[in-house]
Design a protein around this ligand. Structure first.
Ligand code: HAM
Length: 419
């Protein structure tokens, strides 16, 4: 049987790849506007990085990682997200020794062994940013502003920014105890996953998608009502900065995020029209992560946008991505000499940045014209054996069908001024 692409992976074909290039370029542009530089980290890392970085109690580490031993017996994992690798690189390359903050962005494939559905893939792609070295709420607002500016430029004005504070280790611990007390008598009615989260990460129980669990915990105490004064002050400042930029948001106390490293600010950007997997962007602050991975105490905040979900949202909103214009010139050849001569022309045109093409599969003259039409060439150059002797070719304007004679030796110069 023919080998097929793996479940949860997808080929990005030419009919779609231009959309990827477009959004990638736009993301780079916006990052650059905000002063973020690109970082590229490896696709695979030590499994320990994610166990310690993303967290042992997360779905990602417990059941979704693509982990294997390489031929040298090392435990390796394909990156399930971009933050842990960026933090490792930040520490290993001593980026903390530079003037802070370090503002980084990346575009990367990620791998999670999840049940595929619309907007949920096993290999998917993220546009991410990570800003290291600032505790200030202003950087929280800045990364959110960056994401919102990107979405605006891509044509998505209706996305909803939801923010929350999930506290610092100190107030989270106190809150966890309070939450455990509340949950204790309901525990046997909760699903297996919630029960396993009770001890290590009860906050995640609030995030359970199981309706029975949700109806049990409807009046659970919320983190946002239990954050300490420092976290409260930080959160208030984030809101002030967002207000100052006129960025709309809603405070959503239910946001807890699925990764263990978050502290204080957590946020998500939601699209109402792509079904169950509606979170197009997720992010937050992770003030303990650099230290946890044995770097110097350094605060951080970032987000990642799911590119597949972004493109799905664009499609569902009927937002068309501009397609690069097609080939400028198609060269039709009649005869063997003309075929050889055409390469000279193609080379001259391409050197002058004029896009051009010719047939390579022995098409008849009629089929060559048809193809020129199909690829929307602006002009067709018709080159015949006889005309070559006279240093001439015919230039056909494909829109008006007007034909003129053109000197072969001047072709590039003439066309340069016409295209
Ligand atoms: P995350 O919420 O796990 O956060 O993922 C970020 C985004 O990646 C999601 O909002 C979603 O759009 C997309 N995504 C996640 N899983 C899949 C999947 N299986 N298929 C398609 N898209 C998916 C993080 O990864 C954090 N590292 C974000 C971050 C950066 N926080 C701070 N800095």
């Amino acid at each position: 049987m023919a080998i097929k692409a793996q479940r949860g992976t997808k080929d990005i074909l030419p009919k779609d790849s231009y959309k990827w290039t477009y959004v990638e370029n736009l993301f780079r542009e916006v990052c650059s506007l905000f002063g973020y530089d690109e970082i590229r980290t490896p696709i695979f890392e030590s499994t320990d990085l994610f166990k310690r970085g993303v967290g042992e109690t997360t779905d990602i580490v417990q059941k979704e990682m693509y982990s294997f031993q390489d031929n040298g017996g090392r435990d390796i994992t394909l990156k399930p997200e971009g933050t842990a690798g960026a933090v490792r690189a930040f520490i290993e390359n001593k980026l903390y020794a530079n003037t802070q903050p370090s503002k980084l962005f990346y575009i990367t494939p990620c791998f999670r062994y999840e049940r595929p559905q619309a907007g949920r893939m096993r290999q998917f792609h993220q546009f991410g940013v990570e800003a290291f070295g600032s505790e200030s709420a202003s950087i929280d607002a800045e990364v959110m502003a960056l994401a919102m500016e990107f979405f605006k430029r891509v044509g998505l004005e209706k996305l909803e920014l939801r923010i929350n504070s999930i506290g610092c280790p100190k107030c989270r611990n106190e809150y966890n105890n309070k939450l455990r007390l509340y949950l204790a008598e309901k525990l046997d009615k909760l699903c297996g996953t919630c029960q396993t989260r009770y001890e290590k990460n009860p906050l995640r129980i609030l995030d359970c998608k199981n309706e029975a669990c949700q109806s049990e915990i409807g009046d659970a105490p919320l983190m946002i009502d239990n954050i300490c004064d420092g976290c409260k002050d930080h959160f208030e400042k984030v809101k002030v900065y967002l207000d100052s930029m006129g960025i709309n948001y809603v405070v959503d106390p239910k946001i807890v995020r699925g990764l263990d490293y978050y502290t204080k600010t957590a946020f998500e950007i939601i699209s109402q029209d792509i079904g169950a997997q509606s979170t197009v962007c997720g992010g937050g602050r992770y003030d303990g992560l650099v230290e946890q991975l044995e770097g110097p105490k350094t605060p951080g905040i970032g987000f990642a946008i799911g590119v597949e979900r972004l493109l799905l949202t664009l499609e569902n909103n009927d937002i068309e991505i501009p397609k690069e214009e097609g080939t400028d010139i198609f060269v039709v050849t009649i005869g063997e000499k003309a075929e050889i001569e055409s390469f000279k022309i193609l080379k001259a045109l391409r050197s002058n940045n004029i896009s051009c093409d010719k047939d390579h599969v022995g098409k008849s003259v009629k089929a060559q014209f048809k193809y020129s039409d199909k690829i929307n060439a602006k002009y067709t150059i018709v080159l015949g054996d006889d005309e070559i002797e006279k240093d001439l070719a015919t230039l056909k304007n494909m829109q008006t069908s007007e034909q003129t004679e053109i000197k072969l030796s001047e072709i590039a110069d003439v066309l340069k001024n016409m295209i």
